[in-house]
Design a binder for this molecule. Structure first.
Ligand code: NAG
Length: 138
């Protein structure tokens, strides 16, 4: 009797540990895949130019777009819509994966940064109105 209970406990502990192990393994594999992509890109070629944001976030623009299922030039409302949908669909309370949900958040951050960077660039290229001569006074 006691032996049976012990055996059951051992089995269920084993299952929990096994699950945690599997989740960690999946995550490590995913990280390796992401890192491998960056490393491969860093090795050279025209596509090899890893931009600062990719290095900073560890996520390429392409990956972020894939995760959120948007085009690079998707507008903000589309981006927000997809983000909210995927974030909600991956809610852990609904049996989603925390890892995937985090990916969705990271992807959104990455695209937000890209957008901010682009705005900065356009502002730097085009002189703002304040730099043009004032209108003639009458
Ligand atoms: C969870 O997010 C991923 C993107 O990381 C998406 O591909 C997947 O479809 C989402 N899960 C659900 C249940 O929608």
């Amino acid at each position: 009797m006691a032996a049976r209970i012990i055996a059951q406990v051992v089995v269920s502990v084993g299952t929990v540990v096994g699950r945690a192990f599997f989740a960690a393994y999946k995550q490590a594999a995913a990280n390796a895949a992401a890192g491998g992509g960056v490393a491969a890109a860093a090795r050279g070629g025209k596509e090899g130019v890893v931009d600062a944001l990719t290095r900073k976030t560890g996520m390429s623009l392409e990956e972020a777009c894939q995760i959120l299922n948007v085009q690079k030039d998707a507008d903000l409302s589309q981006l927000t819509k997809n983000y909210e949908h995927l974030f909600g669909a991956n809610e852990t309370a609904k049996g989603g994966s925390f890892y995937l949900q985090s990916k969705v958040v990271r992807a959104k951050e990455r695209l937000d940064m890209e957008r901010a960077e682009e705005i900065k660039k356009t502002q730097a290229e085009a002189p703002s109105d304040s730099q043009s001569p004032p209108p003639p006074s009458s």
